[in-house]
Design a protein around this ligand. Sequence first.
Ligand code: SF4
Length: 382
Amino acid sequence: MHMKLFPRHLYIHWPFCHSKCAFCDFVAFQNHEEFQEAYLQALCREITTYCADYQAQDRTVSTIFIGGGTPSLCPLEAFKQIFKTLRQACDVSLLHECSIEANPSDITQERLAVWCECGVNRLSIGVQCLDDTVLRTLNRTQRVSDVERALTLAPRYFDNLSVDLILGLPGITEQAWQQTIAQVVTWPIKHLSVYFLMLHEKTPLAFARDKGLVQLMEEPALVDLYTWTVHELERHGFIQYEISNFSKPGYESVHNRTYWDRKSYRGFGVGAASFDGITRQVTTNNLTAYLTARHGVIPQSSEVLTEQQVFLEHLMLGLRQKKGLDLQGMVYFLNDCQKTEFNSKITDLIAAGLMEEYHGGVRLTLKGMVVENEVVVWLTSW
Ligand code: SF4
């Protein structure tokens, strides 16, 4: 029998946004401010009810990530209330990392001070790009001047600063991207995430692409630009530790690593995901259902992972990381026939320069990282 241990890692979802970005398919609501108070109450109730089940256990939390939506829009009194609830429900006195995602235009001295006072010690700023015309097309409310102002204020409160960028945005030329990176490496930041633009079905950006209204960068150019970016960031001391993540030594995100290492975490809030080592759960993304959950029983979908899914997750998440894959752990899931085929494919990938041996296991080379999805599909087609 699997004894449920209290998770050391918590995620808190604040789903409200100024406006809906053209590429976004997250659980995020615009023009719903009137629901913030009810949401706060539901969120605190969920945290309290969940933690009460572990009363007899050590409830020490190691990392918290407050994401969204736009958590930097969370009214400060509500923010304090969330942390008060957390302090009552579990032990956050030894919190190692506590991150909040922030929109540059929301960053003010007052907010920075309250976040710090509550225990936040890592700020992740959603920069995305440095071009006001593109930001407007994406329906983002921030402007480049907001980023500049945020980067002046934030270091007064946070040493551990991160920024997010999106590679492949329509309207950002190769040259403009290179100029952005040249600027970013001069900023007082310790961490950087560079995400490939993902086109999600039914988003305004996907419609615009389908109608031919926007042009996306072709894959070979994108691959070259990604490779250039990784080298350029490393030249400036930002070490790649995951496909999209780079940091100064010692500043890798501990919380995000729990996802890639398949450790247990609990997500609170509408649409939040959780994992207990065996089962993956997702809370309803229906705001009304979340707010009106009777007796604190919130609708959640839940899936016990099969061995095949566990294998696939290990493979996908392991290959995203520079520390690579432990091959011994992987072949445990395979029958003799599959083992032989798997090992032979690994040998082929090494020969093709897509993988390399590393610390007794293997990892993707930079060339391999760019085609990680294809590598995973090929490795798992028996
Ligand atoms: S701010 Fe983030 S969550 Fe909100 S709409 Fe934009 S991308 Fe989505």
